[in-house]
Design a protein around this ligand. Structure first.
Ligand code: NAD
Length: 292
């Protein structure tokens, strides 16, 4: 079992740190929020009063922070100065590809092994230890990060070099955002054409229109498996987070000169939904806006 620094104990990091403690690791946990620290303590972690203290003697340093500026800040202010050079640095936050590469390069220049390892799966998967990790870094760094990630998830995939984890994440979520909107449109059109939505689900789920948005996350209540639609679009994956990921995808596309018209349209529509006060609503709730 290892000594692990865990920085960022929010909706996702709280559950992830708890799972590491459950596996028997010595988890030194830090967050700016006193409440988050209390929850981590109750979950078997040792709360500490700074990121620097968390890194002291750590074999692995895991961050789960809101955005690139937070990750860059914590790496610059604390991790690179206080973690042992033998520690493996693992950033699980969803951040822009350019910052992920810059952070990893800075860490490697100081002799650290570093990976970006963003996740697929929401708060429930973080708590249950069933996240999917997509990791970017050298083969050696990935091999060192893999056992820690496996203790928090059901799948750990090496995506490629540093930044490749974030690249996979934004491409996946751009696909998800666009297919969800297309799925909503198809359900609404099917209904207007007189089709029973459940019948349409039964057909599309086993036909060429099938996707995760259709089969596992059908956006109409009472159709398909239980989804946030059955709970008034509460819980699940917030529109604000989908919008964040679509913006990261747009930034990444602009950086490499890629044309992503469907991703851009999805971002416009989610922006409109968020502007209507629905940023906290599950992203499949956009069906209500499309229906109005
Ligand atoms: P959150 O806002 O609930 O948690 C972030 C935590 O980081 C907060 O507790 C905050 O106090 C802490 N923090 C911020 N700056 C800090 C600092 N300098 N030092 C220490 N702690 C600091 O966010 P979340 O939902 O847990 O998401 C975390 C990351 O995971 C984000 O990058 C998000 O995009 C990604 N993600 C979230 C979900 C989801 O469903 N919530 C799913 C996949 C990926």
């Amino acid at each position: 079992m290892a000594r692990i620094a865990f920085i960022g104990l929010g909706n996702m990091g709280g559950g992830m740190a708890a799972n590491l403690a459950k596996k028997g690791h010595d988890v030194r946990a830090f967050d700016l929020s006193a409440e988050a620290l209390e929850r981590a303590k109750a979950a078997g972690c040792l709360p500490v009063d700074s990121a620097t203290a968390a890194c002291d003697g750590a074999e692995a340093v895991i961050t789960m922070l809101p955005a690139g500026k937070h990750v860059e800040g914590v790496y610059g202010d604390a991790i690179l100065a206080s973690a042992p050079a033998s520690a493996i640095l693992i950033d699980c936050s969803t951040i822009d590809v350019a910052t992920a590469k810059r952070v990893a390069e800075g860490a490697m220049a100081r002799g650290f092994a570093a990976v970006d390892a963003p996740v697929s799966g929401g708060i429930a998967a973080a708590a249950a230890g069933t996240l999917t990790f997509m990791a970017g870094g050298s083969a050696e760094a990935f091999e060192r990060a893999q056992p820690f990630l496996a203790d928090m998830g059901k799948a750990v995939i090496h995506a490629g070099a540093n930044g490749a984890g974030q690249a996979a994440k934004v491409c996946n979520n751009m696909l998800l955002g666009a297919t969800m909107i297309a799925t909503c449109e198809a359900f609404l059109l099917a209904r207007k054409l007189g089709l029973d939505p459940q019948k349409f689900f039964d057909i599309a789920s086993v036909s060429s229109g099938q996707s995760w948005s259709m089969t596992s996350y059908a956006p109409l209540p009472g159709v398909g498996p239980e989804t946030p639609a059955d709970h008034d679009y509460q819980g699940g994956f917030a529109t604000a987070l989908m919008l964040k990921d679509l913006k990261l995808a747009a930034e990444a596309a602009a950086d490499v000169g890629a044309d992503t018209p469907m991703g851009a349209r999805a971002a416009d529509l989610y922006q409109k939904f968020a502007d209507a006060g629905q940023g906290g609503t599950d992203f499949s709730g956009i069906i209500r806006m499309l229906d109005s």
